[in-house]
Design a protein around this ligand. Structure first.
Ligand SMILES: *Cc1c(COP(=O)(O)O)cnc(C)c1O
Length: 235
């Protein structure tokens, strides 16, 4: 079994190779290590070889890890799971980024509950890019209105878009979904014209990060390829 350090090395090389192949600037794609279901010791191993950004899906589990790793002051926490509106206070208090905002009610609460002494919370809007019945995310058609409203909330910084394409598609279908997300970000840039940074596309996971980078991903969210298979029993 390969170590987390080895895995991080090979994922980093995959990212570099795909970035180069796409003719994009070195360093323009960042690795979010998705650490759901992993114990704090695994995150410490990743931290020891330079990984700083971690993505978590389940709030209670994340809060326990944040507490257990308090001695590592430079961690960057990203919330990437579905958000119930009664959980926003803790998310606003403890995270640097949220990739999974898909409705205005949640965004308003995050902004109201973010402490004024903290920097604004970085936000990606999650889009249900393939219109799957069971997946979170807003529809593409809802984006202009939703993004316009969220860009005006004082304690949030709208950074861009996130999506998880339907995994049952062939590569070409996934690539089309990534491209649609990139085009949607372009349209928002025109619409909001400087009203928000809009520098972020959170897309691509262990299986398809190369396709996502070819279409402009700036964060790839990678779990399995960094930490190994998740046990089926885990949440
Ligand atoms: C679990 C998860 C990932 C990572 O998936 P892998 O296939 O393990 O790389 C990425 N994004 C989200 C939203 C996830 O829930």
């Amino acid at each position: 079994m390969s170590s987390i350090a080895d895995n991080l090395g090979s994922v980093t090389r995959r990212i570099q190779k795909a970035t180069l192949a796409a003719g994009r600037a070195p360093g323009s794609v960042r690795l979010l290590a998705v650490s759901k279901t992993r114990p704090p010791a695994d995150l410490r191993q990743a931290h020891a070889v330079g990984q700083r950004a971690f993505g978590e899906n389940y709030l209670q589990e994340a809060l326990e890890k944040i507490e257990a790793l308090r001695d590592l002051p430079d961690l960057e926490w990203h919330f990437i799971g579905p958000i119930q509106s009664n959980k926003t206070r803790q998310i606003a208090a403890h995270f640097h980024w949220v990739h999974s905002v898909d409705r205005l009610k949640v965004a308003r609460r995050l902004s109201e509950q973010r402490d004024d002494t903290q920097p604004p919370l970085n936000i990606c809007l999650q889009v249900n890019i393939d219109d799957e019945a069971t997946k979170s995310g807003c529809r593409l058609a809802e984006l202009p209105e939703l993004a316009g409203a969220i860009a005006r909330l004082p304690n949030l910084r709208l950074r861009g878009l996130m999506a998880i394409p339907d995994p049952n598609q062939a590569d070409s279908g996934r690539r089309t979904s990534f491209r649609q997300l990139a085009q949607a970000l372009e349209q928002l840039r025109l619409q909001l014209a400087g009203g928000a940074p809009l520098d972020t596309l959170s897309m691509g996971m262990s299986d398809d990060l190369e396709l996502a980078i070819a279409e402009g991903a700036t964060w790839v969210r990678v779990g399995t390829a960094v930490f190994g298979e998740r046990s089926a029993k885990a949440p």
